[in-house]
Write a protein that binds this ligand. Structure first.
Ligand SMILES: [Zn+2]
Length: 307
């Protein structure tokens, strides 16, 4: 199978189990030309949908709301203008941007976010459902387009970035937050790395591969940050528990209140997880911080300017 970004040949990279049911093998390949890591083959559409049923688009937790509201700070040095958030989820980020005087638009692929997004429409935030390339936004009209942990879920990310380029004004900004396959966490923990999240994540970039994709599509990368407090320490923490042999993503399942019928073993393991948190949580923060200062963070935030 050829690369879904540049159509060149790919070579086998890694085989893991899926992150939800822990029974389906997932194959990662690497493009021999652009070096991007891809899930290949991608599960069938109906099969893939099953991986989104449990954990996504529930009423967001207090913690997740808090995270989304903090995202505004990334753009506090910009003069408010027009922002488009692609894959806006429940729309919290746009709500806070609107409070900071931005004119806000959002897209969402899944209509299951409608109960959260319809009230935002009444507040004057424009929402469209579907894939960006099929939607009807005016060209050269946005000062800022944001993708918060969206790109890695796409089958053909290049198309979405090319569309974003058309919609952004000259010298406008593109912002992308994604997992970093070049992270030390991936290097240490491989298939146990929390942010691998197979097969919800279909494509995994490094700072190099995302930079080259953006440059090919008419952007200049102006900054890459390796520390996101809402993602990186937690990624390290959950990866450590996975690597230690605890039930896979046990803490995450607990936080998302999934899998109600716990076995005795799960309950005992969860007890151990909570007992060890006072030790492992500070260690995870410290590691995430060290990884970020040497430029190998779990997730990266990329700012790029339209040329
Ligand atoms: Zn490629």
């Amino acid at each position: 199978m050829n690369c879904r970004i540049c159509s060149q040949k790919t070579v086998p990279f890694l085989k893991c189990l899926d992150f939800e049911f822990r029974k389906n093998p997932m194959y990662l390949v690497q493009c021999s030309s652009c070096n991007t890591i891809l899930v290949d083959p991608i599960p069938e559409k109906n099969e893939l949908a099953k991986y989104y049923e449990n954990s996504y688009y529930h009423k967001p937790s207090f913690f997740f709301n808090f995270i989304q509201k903090r995202r505004k700070r990334f753009f506090s040095n910009m003069t408010p203008g027009k922002v488009l958030d692609v894959g806006c989820g429940t729309g919290n980020f746009l709500e806070t941007m609107q409070q900071a005087e931005w004119t806000c638009s959002g897209t969402e692929f899944s209509t299951s976010s409608k109960p959260f997004l319809e009230p935002l429409r009444k507040k004057g935030i424009s929402i469209q459902y579907g894939e960006l390339k099929q939607l009807d936004f005016p060209q050269d009209s946005f000062d800022l387009v944001t993708f918060w942990h969206v790109i890695e879920h796409l089958q053909f990310p290049q198309q979405e970035i090319a569309t974003a380029h058309k919609l952004i004004k000259k010298n406008g900004l593109l912002f992308i937050a994604i997992p970093n396959i070049d992270s030390l966490s991936f290097a240490f923990w491989k298939c146990n790395w929390f942010h691998l999240d197979l097969p919800r994540h279909l494509v995994l970039f490094s700072p190099k591969t995302i930079t080259s994709l953006l440059e090919k599509n008419g952007f200049e990368v102006i900054r890459i940050s390796h520390f996101a407090i809402e993602y990186n320490p937690y990624g390290v923490l959950q990866s450590i528990y996975n690597a230690l042999g605890f039930e896979f993503n046990l803490l995450t399942q607990k936080i998302k209140a999934q899998k109600k019928n716990k076995t005795l073993s799960s309950k005992l393991q969860l007890g151990l997880v909570f007992l060890s948190l006072p030790l492992l949580l500070p260690i995870s923060f410290l590691l995430a911080y060290i990884f970020s200062i040497i430029g190998r963070g779990d997730t990266i935030s990329v700012w790029a300017r339209k040329r």
